[in-house]
Design a protein around this ligand. Sequence first.
Ligand SMILES: *[C@@H]1O[C@H](CO)[C@@H](O)[C@H](O)[C@H]1NC(C)=O
Ligand SMILES: *[C@@H]1O[C@H](CO)[C@@H](O)[C@H](O)[C@H]1NC(C)=O
Length: 366
Amino acid sequence: MLKMGFLVIFLLLSLTSPGWCVDPRIYIVATYPYTERLYNTNAMVVNKDGDAFLSCAVDNRPVGMPLQWIWMWKEYTRSISTDTEATDPYKYQIDKPADNNWRLKIQNIQPSDEGLYICRVQLGDQQYANDSRTLFIVESPQIIDIYTSSDTTVKEGDPVELRCNASGRPSPIITWTRLGDGILPNGGREQRGYYLRITAAQAEHRGHYKCIAKNSAGQDVRVIRLDVKFHPRVTVVENRVYQATGYLKELVCQVRGNPVPTENQIMWSKDDSTLQGNSFLVFENTFGSNTVMMKLTIPRVQDQDFGRYTCLAENSEGADTTYIDLMRSDTPTSDRKGVIRSGAVILTFSITTLLMMLSVLLLHLC
Ligand SMILES: *[C@@H]1O[C@H](CO)[C@@H](O)[C@H](O)[C@H]1NC(C)=O
Ligand SMILES: *[C@@H]1O[C@H](CO)[C@@H](O)[C@H](O)[C@H]1NC(C)=O
């Protein structure tokens, strides 16, 4: 009874697909790089300039029917091999690791090699059994110098356009970020696109901008420095300060500018006459902040020292000025370090310090 059942099934199978047991079976057994599922196809992702391998196996090959590799892309078709001979030996190689195995090597892969690789065997007139893989060529991004800004200097108020572009496959996505405080001129920490645009450059836009070109194959990075020149801004803490006669007073103006004003570009004046002599001018450039302090020290304030002091600073971009009125007071005021000093006190202090340092030195020597 059981035997009869098997027989029936066998007969039915034979009838529905006559000759099923001798149908050729063709299949790609191995690939390098490995096959993955991409865009709904069996795909291989290959780096540009690399090589790829596809091994095709055939069971029950009809006698005398060649196995062929062909390439298809859109409406184009190209024959790669006739059984064991490659049509273009510089691009393709065929070998047979096993009797029923045809291995194709594609060398030095270029974007023009992208397409569908089919191994097929002819069954009858215009009838084929086949298997295939789609080859995608990728290339790691590389920033293109001629399409990418180098370090840039602009004047305050000027429009800025930083550009960045890279080669690569698929087309890289360009992203901008900012080093340091990280906030881009248009707000946000990240911005996409070839261009980073600033309508009117401001001092706070100075800094380093990073362009990242990224695709599935990798990334490339470029840092572009933006410098913004601006005219000096002279500021004071207070426009009116007080001191009693006989005491020391320090007048201080703060100057910001790019380029930073040099010692020859800052000036103190009192009642329309320039004050000269290095003992009156102290030049401090706090590194990187583009700021200098203009300091005018009056060791012992006398009657004729009261009045309006003007500090002026200039650079290539322009000039600025502000004033400090030194007013008489009955009681001594402290300087910015919070110490009330007269000229005599300074001298005493200096000698004491010197003696202390000497004794420390001597102690160390003993
Ligand atoms: C591959 O085989 C399928 C049927 O399995 C057929 O429709 C298709 O046209 C074949 N392709 C080529 C290029 O021979
Ligand atoms: C970016 O580069 C591609 C070529 O790699 C070019 O076709 C495109 O015009 C460039 N775009 C910009 C904005 O530089």
